[in-house]
Design a protein around this ligand. Structure first.
Ligand code: ATP
Length: 970
């Protein structure tokens, strides 16, 4: 593809933003010419593609994340704390933000997650855990205290091997199915103690660094200090499921014997002092390694009883006091942050809840705590595998969790499902694609109780959000409740406009009274903006001057991959330790960069949107936007990666008009006209309908044919699957063309013995000695499943009879209902796609307007460079405004030369077929599958009209095409 911009992971969207194309390379840089993939030269009357057979019919305070404190030197800060409650003050007084020294001021972090005495705590430099592989934590009951490694270990270089999380993330971005992370049995590796807790008394439990939910994939494996009793010590697991308790007991008839037995055993072993050394003592969720010292055992016993008691207390009475006690024990925090308590109480009351809290405000804690108290399982749906892995890792040790995603092997998935069925998991992370699949639903119909379904990044449900994902369409309350018997839903997001929220709450059946919302921005940001004609120079100056020069971790966000490389090199040349990060790099390179950044070995990461989701670094001190974000949601999300430790952090936005115009053009790169939608639908429903017949759409060739991006095709297909009428059922993508060679037995002889081969012979063409055939076609002709045919091919290959190669990745589906009126379906779909497109454009305009407003207001206050109140104002307005507000933009509506330029363009390219949209795209310099920039950027009209409204260019193109072909064609 021509795109140089990055997506935010496994992004699939009908909408333009993240797969948008880069600015075209200048003509002299164009790659070697390829023949344009357009149809053969048309007759004059057919010089338009846009006529179709379908004639168109006529608050609250922002949660203060752990008391903002000053970074080392920033002198005076004047950030306004509460954009909702307080009107922005144009002359903000500097807020004295020095606070008394607290634990957080120490050069290390003390944790005490399990309520041990302070001396149990340990210095915590991050990310240096030796890991020891373990079979399955359900058996070994791996759970433990989350201590981190010693300073010495921290300084070790872990090489370039990527973390499990990173690998998954990388594979996601690159569309690979990474097999390298074993996520099935979370806790399948145990982190072993890597150092002594500083200053701890002798006779205590060693801080064993193992966590049931850590899923480091072996990449972090360092010379493992073999754990002394790692798999043979005395393990204690805490029962938090409440089995056996009448009030919350899970009354499934299908509980299998094995798990019941284990549960009973759990209950029997409470107060395990009597257990012998070396024996496993199983209870849900918590494992201590026995060190053979009576004191430590006592502490363990006390702790497990405390947590269990705290859970029971909450079950008996959901009071603030009881919940705070549980919070202290399980997470080590003294109090809840804004919104958390309300959300937890609502969920425990069985009410579906919409929770809107800023990034880093602690939304995850709400379902974590609730999951301990609720019976059965809590399902968490997340959009990215990387996010799921991070969330799984962040579960406190007492909560056993698992994960199911498409990046797992079958065995890993099966292992997780086994644990699930045994009742060994409390929280299960699942991707939306897997969610509600027949296979998944069948597990729950067997009796696993789902108390709570958590939809993380819930805005992805809505096409009016900045990050709509078709796969999230399947998350409807009706489906969740009907298929999984979910008791209540918790939808969480950090960034959603009013319209998006309404949409999400409608889909999930959440009543308005159950909305818990705080300001969408934390209060520990100092925001600034500048218009810059030389952004590179500006960036360098910024990083070298105060306060940025004192900040050790900075993220610079760019739009394009090439920009990240150029800028990181530029910074490195200026003696600033910087590296680039984008999806064009190998997984290993990306992982290495993230490692270096997280261990503070580089100061700056220059990245595309591909960086940051699931980033577990709390001390990022600054985020600089080198390019204008595409929406205020994206801006808020990205600056939210700074200051997660609660300290004051600095965010600067550099922008210019040229970038804005380019971005605005890109917003139109996914849109479709009725003509293309109609053609596509006809292709989708072209097959004869018979039950189970697998239809396929080869992605690449059809993408060119319809001038439609592959992900847009998928969006339409998903809509056809999950809309009001279920027109089709999507199947996994597969390569549909097979090139077969026969080795041992001559084809005719083999065909006489094998019906599959006979069918293949009938349906294949021979090409250079290969038999080439379409797999679904052959399977259909035999009335067998595609899988049967591929299995037979595999079998013949193993016998040495054949070799074959599969190619042409395709979307596969079966038709459930053919539309009665394809024209009205076309119309509906086109309307929807155009609305989504214009929504994206509006979002960019809102972002641009906010930036311009902030600059102007600062200019009025001569010399002021603190844009915080102005941006806060705009962000607040944006997220709370009613839909339908017109957003002004600075696009031109016409140009005296436009029509004549289009005319000349059409005359000089009369060999090609154009739609008005195709012409407008070229005039705006946007590549598309049928008009790639490698070819079309050579025309001097390429990108000439980026400053004229796209629709105006389309109208002009339509008029010119009509002039050429005659009005009767329309
Ligand atoms: N009550 C609390 N007191 C102190 N720290 C807390 C509290 N609740 C959560 N945290 C910490 O805040 C940090 C951020 O939490 P979390 O990752 O859940 O945020 P989030 O709202 O999900 O953010 P994002 O939207 O970016 O995913 C975590 O380190 C978490 O341990």
């Amino acid at each position: 593809m021509d795109s140089d911009s990055d997506s935010g992971g496994s992004y699939i969207s009908a909408t333009p933003p993240r797969h948008s194309s880069p600015p075209p390379p200048p003509p002299h840089h164009s790659p070697p010419s390829r023949k344009p993939q357009h149809p053969s030269p048309p007759s004059p009357r057919s010089n338009t593609l846009f006529s179709t057979k379908c004639k168109p019919k006529s608050k609250t305070k922002i949660p203060n994340t752990s008391r903002p404190i000053l970074r080392p030197k920033p002198k005076k800060h004047s950030f306004k704390p509460d954009p909702i409650a307080v009107q922005p003050d144009p002359f903000p007084e500097p807020v004295p933000s020095v606070r008394p020294v607290s634990l957080q001021d120490l050069p290390f972090r003390l944790i005490n997650p399990c309520g041990f005495d302070q001396c149990e705590s340990e210095t915590r430099p991050a990310k240096c855990l030796a890991v020891l592989k373990f079979g399955s934590f359900s058996k070994k009951n791996v759970a433990c205290l989350n201590f981190e490694a010693t300073e010495e270990e921290k300084n070790k270089d872990f090489g370039s091997a990527p973390s499990g999380s990173e690998k998954a993330k990388s594979s996601l971005e690159s569309g690979e199915n990474g097999k390298d992370g074993c996520f099935g049995g979370s806790g399948s590796k145990i982190e072993v103690e890597a150092g002594k807790a500083a200053g701890c008394a002798e006779n205590v439990v060693r801080p064993v660094k193992k966590h049931p939910n850590l899923i480091s994939s072996g990449d972090f494996v360092q010379p493992v200090k073999k754990a002394k009793c790692s798999n043979e010590g005395n393990f204690v697991r805490l029962n938090i499921n409440g089995y056996g308790r009448s009030k919350f007991s899970y009354k499934s008839k299908n509980r299998n014997f094995k798990s019941s037995r284990r549960r009973n055993k759990n209950w029997n072993v409470r107060g395990n002092d009597s257990k012998e050394e070396g024996e496993f003592v199983e209870e849900e969720g918590l494992v201590f390694e026995k060190k053979g010292e009576k004191g430590s055992e006592k502490i363990r016993g006390e702790f497990e009883m405390l947590v269990e008691e705290a859970v029971l207390n909450v079950r008996n009475e959901v009071s603030d006091e009881n919940l705070v006690k549980l919070l202290k024990l399980t997470h080590g925090f003294d109090e809840f942050r804004d919104g958390q308590l309300e959300a937890i109480k609502m969920v425990l009351d069985g009410k579906s809840t919409m929770l809107v809290l800023p990034t880093g405000a602690g939304k995850s804690l709400c379902y974590q705590l609730a999951s301990m108290v609720l019976p059965g399982i809590t399902l968490v749906v997340s959009p990215l595998v990387a996010l799921m892995i991070d969330q799984l890792k962040q579960l406190p040790p007492v909560i056993p969790g698992g994960l199911i995603s498409s990046s797992q092997t079958r065995e890993e998935t099966e292992e997780t499902l086994r644990l699930l069925q045994e009742g060994a998991l409390k929280v299960l992370f699942v991707s939306p694609e897997r969610f509600l699949s027949n296979e998944f639903i069948s597990i729950f119909s067997a009796g696993t109780l789902v108390s709570l379904a958590v939809i993380d990044e819930a805005h992805c449900i809505s096409e009016w959000s900045h990050n709509f994902r078709p796969s999230y369409m399947r998350l409807r309350a009706s489906l969740l409740c009907d298929c999984l018997n979910v008791k209540s839903i918790l939808a969480m997001t950090a960034t959603a406009t009013k319209k998006t929220l309404l949409d999400v709450m409608n889909a999930l059946d959440i009543p308005p009274a159950n909305l818990i919302q705080a300001a969408q921005l934390r209060d520990n940001f100092k925001l600034s903006v500048s218009i810059s004609e030389n952004r590179m120079k500006h960036l360098m100056t910024l990083i070298r001057s105060s306060p940025y020069k004192e900040i050790t971790s900075i993220i610079v966000y760019c739009k394009y991959k090439y920009e990240t490389d150029t800028i990181s090199k530029f910074l490195a040349d200026g003696n600033i330790k910087a590296k680039s990060y984008h999806s064009g790099l190998t997984a290993k390179e990306r992982s290495r960069t993230q490692e270096l950044f997280c261990s503070n070995k580089i100061r700056v990461v220059v990245a595309t949107v591909a960086f940051g989701m699931g980033l577990d670094k709390s001390d990022v001190g600054a985020v600089i936007h080198y390019s204008l974000p595409e929406s205020l949601e994206e801006y808020v999300q990205e600056i939210g990666r700074a200051g997660r430790d609660g300290r004051l952090s600095f965010c600067h936005l550099l922008f210019d008009d040229t970038t804005y115009y380019k971005l605005r053009s890109l917003m139109y790169s996914d849109g479709l006209d009725e003509y293309a939608v109609n053609k596509f639908l006809r292709q989708v429903f072209s097959s004869d309908e018979f039950a189970g017949k697998v239809c396929s759409l080869p992605k690449e060739s059809l993408s060119r044919k319809f001038d439609m991006k592959e992900e847009v095709m998928l969006t339409i297909l998903t809509r056809l699957e999950l809309g009001e009428v279920r027109y089709l059922h999507l199947l996994p993508e597969m390569n549909i063309t097979c090139c077969l060679n026969f080795y041992k037995t001559p084809p005719a002889v083999l065909a006489s013995k094998d019906v599959f081969v006979a069918a293949i012979m009938k349906k294949s063409v021979t090409k250079d000695g290969h038999y080439v055939f379409d797999i679904p076609t052959v399977a259909s002709s035999m009335h067998v499943q595609v899988m049967d045919l591929t299995n037979q091919l595999q079998y013949l290959k193993l016998k040495g009879e054949v070799t074959y190669e599969l190619k042409d990745p395709a979307y596969c589906y079966t038709i459930l209902n053919s539309p009665k009126d394809i024209c009205s379906l076309t119309e509906d779909l086109t309307k929807w796609l155009l609305e989504v497109e214009s929504c994206k454009v509006k979002k960019l305009d809102a972002m641009y307007n906010a930036a311009v407003f902030a600059v102007k207001e600062c200019d009025k206050m001569l010399g002021c460079n603190d844009c915080t109140p102005f941006l806060q104002k705009k962000i607040l307005e944006y997220f709370t405004a009613d839909d339908g507000n017109e957003i002004p933009n600075k696009m031109g509506q016409s140009s005296p030369f436009l029509r004549s330029d289009i005319k000349v363009f059409l005359q000089s390219n009369n060999h090609a077929k154009f739609t008005p949209r195709a012409i407008a795209r070229i005039m705006h310099g946007i590549a598309s599958p049928a008009f790639p920039s490698a070819i079309w950027s050579r025309t001097h009209f390429w990108g000439r009209y980026t400053q004229i409204e796209f629709k105006a260019v389309m109208d002009a193109a339509k008029a010119e095409l009509l002039n050429i072909v005659g009005k009767d064609v329309i």
